[in-house]
Ligand binder design. Structure first.
Ligand code: NAD
Length: 506
């Protein structure tokens, strides 16, 4: 695979800025050995601030064309994109595996989701923004609701799903009539570029799609620009807060934040263990624990804790860690970079400092390739410090910890102790236990006998508390891509009379 970095994309063209060229064979070798590291370094040198203004102007022009098209016309562009992204899915999967470090089998599921998301956006989301008429909301007057696009929108992506998450936001924004500028994580620029190439090949009108590389500085300048009417962000709480600070004076700007999680799973005493164990294993450790929905805290009923934990430990010890493309279908690949590796070990240490016992200690692994390969780890916290860093903060690495409970209220209380509220799940055969969890756990996603990972595009996806700002993505993403206009309509222009006006002088 030849990896050509093409630069920013605006006015319908990639810019090929000086300095960003084909990766040399030596560079490709580094990337293939040490996923994540190289593109980051390359792009630090490849940020062009004069492209910010050009991208915004391009998005304004694109908006003016695109907003006037009918839904049918927009759908036909999206379908062209769908064909192209389907045809290029293997290439995209390879890029995702190398950049993020997720195993190729897993990267393929992300690449395939780009295609299926087009169909779901058209079949399930579009209905939500079709104009509606409500007959006779008042005598002889109809009510009419129109959903208008916002304008040029800015999509900011995280590193862990460089294509899939932005794709969902971009498709909804486009279908609603907005133009977009997309800034991917500086750690995963190449996969994101491939996705933009597919939009380019689909022949969208100039300026409808724009792509810019850079770090927080670039993102901050675009986010704060008055011409940007929607900001769709997926990433950490810390950056979400910066975006709010940067935009709060611009009241008409729509800001949708999809942020981090500290997700809990409750394993009740009546759980079918052979079902719950593999579900939980995937929830804790897939993508090396780098999913916003990864389970971090496992509330385990005291009656079954010994048996469950011992079986979970044995399964965890069987997890294979390997190179994302060269090893034979490993369970997980490396962490994204050195910083993530440091945080992982630091957090495991916080756990110990705050009194948790290590059931499996985290280890740095040498698997014969460069990269940030670590083992999964498990802690056990009999009486956790509910205010401690370990229990409060997102780890974003392959760690989980067990906390025993006696009654369900106690489990719910612990599940609610963190400031996050993204995903939770409960494993039980008792519908009453589930009902209690549904009523009392503060979480945007709550699954029964299904783990916290693996959401569907057909339901809303978003968190409560510090996990978001009540603008869930997935099927409901499109709701945040429009402004609502309500009209009272009548063709009867003869029903108001001056004589009916109260308080006029003779
Ligand atoms: P991050 O917050 O470090 O970076 C995300 C993006 O924000 C990057 O593109 C980055 O360049 C950009 N950015 C940095 N400074 C900015 C600024 N001042 N203004 C605007 N943008 C700025 O996140 P990450 O490490 O890439 O991803 C991991 C985080 O994302 C975790 O917290 C994870 O839980 C979260 N996440 C959430 C969801 C969700 O749907 N809720 C999904 C995936 C990941």
């Amino acid at each position: 695979m030849q990896m050509l970095l093409k630069g920013d994309y605006f006015n319908g063209k990639f810019t090929h800025p000086e300095g960003l060229v084909n990766l040399s064979t030596a560079q490709e070798k580094i990337l293939k050995n040490c996923p994540g590291e190289l593109t980051h370094k390359l792009w630090e040198a490849g940020v062009f601030y004069d492209h910010i203004e050009k991208s915004i102007e391009s998005a304004q022009k694109g908006f003016d064309t695109w907003r006037k098209l009918s839904f049918e016309q927009r759908v036909s562009y999206l379908k062209k994109y769908q064909e192209i992204v389907r045809a290029r899915k293997d290439e995209i999967a390879m890029a995702l595996a190398l950049e993020v470090g997720k195993p190729l089998w897993e990267a393929k599921t992300e690449a395939a989701a780009l295609d299926s998301k087009v169909s779901v956006t058209i079949s399930d989301s579009l209905e939500r923004i079709k104009q509606e008429t409500i007959k006779e909301v008042m005598p002889k007057i109809d009510g009419h609701v129109v959903y208008k696009p916002l304008g040029p929108c800015f999509v900011i992506g995280p590193f862990n799903f460089p294509c899939h998450l932005a794709n969902g936001q971009i498709l909804s924004a486009l279908l609603a009539g907005n133009s977009i500028i997309f800034k991917p994580s500086e750690k995963t620029i190449y996969s994101a570029q491939l996705m933009i190439e597919c939009f380019h090949q689909a022949g969208f009108p100039e300026g409808v799609i724009n792509f810019i590389n850079g770090t927080g500085l670039t993102a901050g300048k675009i986010t704060g620009d008055k011409r940007i009417r929607g900001v769709f962000f997926t990433g950490s709480k810390a950056i979400g807060l910066k975006i709010l600070e940067n935009t709060y004076t611009d009241l008409g700007k729509l800001v949708a934040l999809e942020l981090g999680g500290k997700n809990s799973t409750i394993i009740h005493h009546d759980t079918n263990m052979s079902h719950a164990l593999p579900e939980l294993l995937r929830a804790c450790f897939l993508t090396t624990g780098q999913r916003c929905t990864s389970t971090s805290m496992i509330l385990i009923h005291r009656k079954i804790e010994q048996e469950f934990i011992s079986q979970f430990k044995a399964l965890t010890e069987r997890i294979t860690v390997g190179h994302p493309t060269k090893s034979n279908d490993p369970f997980m690949g490396p962490l994204i970079d050195a910083h993530a590796e440091k945080l992982y070990f630091d957090f495991c240490q916080f756990g110990k400092d705050e009194g948790a016992e290590e059931i499996i200690s985290p280890r740095k692994l040498d698997i014969g390739f460069e990269g940030h390969y670590v083992s999964p780890s498990i802690h056990y916290a009999k009486k956790p410090d509910l205010k401690g860093k370990f229990i409060q903060e997102e780890i974003f690495g392959p760690n989980c910890f067990f906390v025993p409970y006696d009654d369900i209220e106690e489990a719910i209380k612990i599940a609610n102790c963190t400031e996050y509220g993204l995903a939770a799940s409960v494993f039980t055969r008792d519908p009453e236990i589930y009902k209690l969890c549904l009523r009392d756990i503060d979480s945007g996603l709550l699954n029964l006998n299904r783990s916290t990972v693996g959401a569907t595009a057909r339901l809303p996806f978003g968190g409560l508390k510090s996990s978001g700002n009540h603008r869930p993505a997935a099927v409901s993403m499109i709701d945040h891509c429009v402004s609502t206009v309500a009209s009272l309509e009548t063709l009867d222009d003869n029903s108001s009379k001056i004589s009916d006006v109260v308080g006029l002088k003779e």
